[in-house]
Design a protein around this ligand. Structure first.
Ligand code: M6R
Length: 609
């Protein structure tokens, strides 16, 4: 969602803030703004990108060693200059940047307006600046005013505030919206996302909910609302900013698709016990006894992570014979999901900050369930809130469209299925067999990536169509849905993912010569039925692109175009097929000249409900 950066130290703040904003642009990017406190308060805001902001600032004096900056993804009010952050109050003494949503902003705004405050934006965030101003009238102290203002706000926030008349500190508060502090030499860089900090320092302090931090020159103080001091560990984070650079690729999405083999290797590294045909996870050690008792798995996630969960359901059921439900996190939170004593709630999230998934985790914990997080971003909220966890180790994923994270989630979930299966019904030999398939997976994914030219040609041919059907059965149904999501996200083409068996129950009515279908017809238990689906489509003049298994000659008589994936067991083949879908979506979007890494209306991490 929106991105926040703050700097206080001995260096010129502006270049550090702009650099940080650029690295955060992938999170939210309809407007941007920066404030630097120097001799005066220098403020610039634009509707547009960070480059536009830089142009706006050119030739102005923005020197100063303390500042705050923001990239915005509009929630309340249009993406225009007035609504861009930083916001200030009437006397232009206090400035804030805010991520999240203030639920009681209407009441607060009315009250402040009655007290004479004039608002200049339609945002909920501006309320913060006026509230601090109002509280300052009472306390005559920036910190006290900030704490009392925060105490009056309901909702989600990651907020940074500075004061023109008190240039020695940045005040920070957090509730359900991530904030991390980079501790450099004589400087602090505060951000909503670690990628804005990497490269300057790897020493990170994670701020938790309901904590207030004060960053001053050479000192950081963290407390709770009762003014009790909180001691915080400085974590050494093993990430480099290089991992978040495009390298020779034209987009992050393409780079990330091509990282799939590496991602698989990282996901399995140190987790396989080949001789026992099983799997171990360091992050589950603390709960081995409880995990033995697990009777039902409930997976909660959103978007791509949800489809990874849906795929895992097939594995948990088939391999581990475990009752598995998969829930959209947003629905799980609002329904009264009945949880039993031996239920395990597995939350899947690349960012670890998705508000709905985090909300579902908290709800599951309230109901007493054991929670397990499968998360990519180390130290993120979901990673910290869940009882036990497994990291994806996929490295930073920058493109809004998730690709390598899905591959790593699927790999980890398959390992987790083996972990449970070996505790339940699966024998050692079967365990070894699947594990050796997983160990060969990265090389096979490499072969699929090697077919990029052919997939590009098919994408070019089909990029003129306005709607697509994606079909798969059994393990391939979840990835058909994921394939459709990828296409619609970055090319804005309508695409629907369906289970092949559902075709005749309605969607077939859509099929004609203008409505092509992408069918996963790889060898396995659903192969013949998928061929029947393809025949049904062809009989209605629909075009068909098929994903098939190498060596399948029959398929060419059925489909208009075929992409082959290497032979593998049907359990594993969806991880190969999904790479075809990712490349197809990428090339279609490229031919349509879309902004692939930053699709319209979307943000990388959805930290509001
Ligand atoms: O960070 P998360 O995995 O929790 O994010 C969940 C979804 O917002 C995310 O997968 C979204 O659907 C992607 N843009 C899909 O490419």
């Amino acid at each position: 969602m929106c991105g926040i950066v703050g700097y206080i130290g001995k260096k010129d703040a502006l270049p550090i803030l702009l650099d940080g904003l650029r690295r955060l642009e992938y999170r939210g990017y309809d407007s941007a703004g920066v404030l630097v406190l120097g001799k005066s308060a220098n403020l610039a805001k634009v509707a547009g990108r960070v480059d536009d902001l830089e142009k706006e600032i050119a030739k102005k004096d923005f020197s100063g060693n303390i500042g705050i900056a923001h990239t915005r993804w509009a929630t309340h009010g249009k993406p225009n200059k007035a609504n861009a952050h930083p916001h200030t109050g009437c006397n232009k003494n206090f400035y804030i940047v805010h991520n999240g949503i203030i639920e009681n902003y209407k009441e607060l705004k009315q009250e402040l307006q009655k007290n004479g405050h004039k608002f200049s934006s339609q945002t909920d965030s501006e309320v913060f600046a006026h509230l601090i101003e109002e509280e300052f009238k009472r306390y005559h102290n920036f910190e006290a005013a900030f704490k009392n203002a925060i105490a009056r706000v309901r909702g989600a926030y990651g907020v940074l505030a500075v004061c023109k008349d008190d240039k020695e500190k940045i005040l920070i508060a957090r509730k359900s919206s991530p904030i991390v502090i980079g501790v450099g030499k004589d400087e602090y860089i505060i951000a909503s996302d670690i990628s804005a900090i990497l490269g300057r320092t790897n020493n990170i302090i994670y701020i938790s909910d309901d904590e207030i931090a004060v960053c001053e020159n050479n000192e950081i103080r963290i407390s709770n609302f009762k003014n009790e001091a909180i001691g915080k560990k400085v974590h050494k984070v093993d990430l480099s900013y290089k991992q978040a650079e495009k390298g020779n690729f034209d987009t992050f999405m393409k780079k990330e698709i091509f990282e799939a083999p590496e991602v698989i290797k990282n996901a399995i590294r140190g987790r396989i016990v080949q001789e026992e045909g099983t799997v171990k996870f360091g992050g589950l050690d603390d709960a081995q006894e409880k995990l033995k008792e697990t009777k039902r798995i409930i997976i909660v996630a959103c978007g791509t992570s949800y489809y990874a969960g849906l795929l895992a359901k097939y594995w948990f059921e088939e391999l581990a014979c475990m009752h598995t439900d998969v829930e959209l996190a947003s629905e799980f939170k609002t329904r009264n999901v009945v949880l039993g004593k031996n239920d395990l709630v597995v939350a899947i999230s690349q960012s670890g900050e998705t508000a709905d998934t985090l909300g579902a985790v908290l709800e599951a914990k309230r109901k007493g369930a054991l929670t397990l997080g499968i998360v990519n971003v180390v130290g993120s909220s979901i990673a910290r809130e869940t009882d036990i966890g497994i990291y994806n180790r996929a490295g930073p994923e920058i493109s809004v469209a998730s690709t390598k994270a899905f591959i790593s989630q699927a790999t980890v979930l398959l390992l987790l299925a083996i972990f449970f299966a070996r505790k339940n019904t699966m024998g050692q030999d079967k365990g070894r067999e699947i594990i050796s398939e997983i160990e060969n997976l990265y090389a096979k994914v490499g072969q699929v990536l090697g077919q990029q030219k052919q997939i590009e040609n098919i994408a070019k041919k089909y990029s003129k169509y306005k709607s697509f059907m994606y079909l798969g059965r059994k393990y391939n149904f979840p990835i058909a849905s994921e394939g459709a999501l990828k296409l619609k996200e970055i090319s804005y083409i309508h695409a629907e993912g369906y289970a092949g068996g559902e075709l005749k129950h309605g969607p077939l009515a859509l099929i004609d010569k203008n409505f092509p279908s992408f069918c996963v017809a790889t060898k396995g238990s659903a192969y013949d039925k998928m061929l029947s689906n393809i025949e049904e489509i062809k009989a209605r003049n629909g075009k068909v692109i098929a994903i098939a298994t190498q060596g399948d000659k029959k398929i060419v008589k059925f489909a208009d175009d075929v992409v082959y994936i290497p032979k593998s067991s049907e359990i594993i083949s969806p991880i190969l097929s999904v790479v075809v879908f990712q490349l197809f979506a990428y090339f279609v979007a490229k031919y349509l000249k879309k902004d692939i890494d930053k699709p319209r209306n979307l943000a990388k991490s959805v930290t509001v409900e």
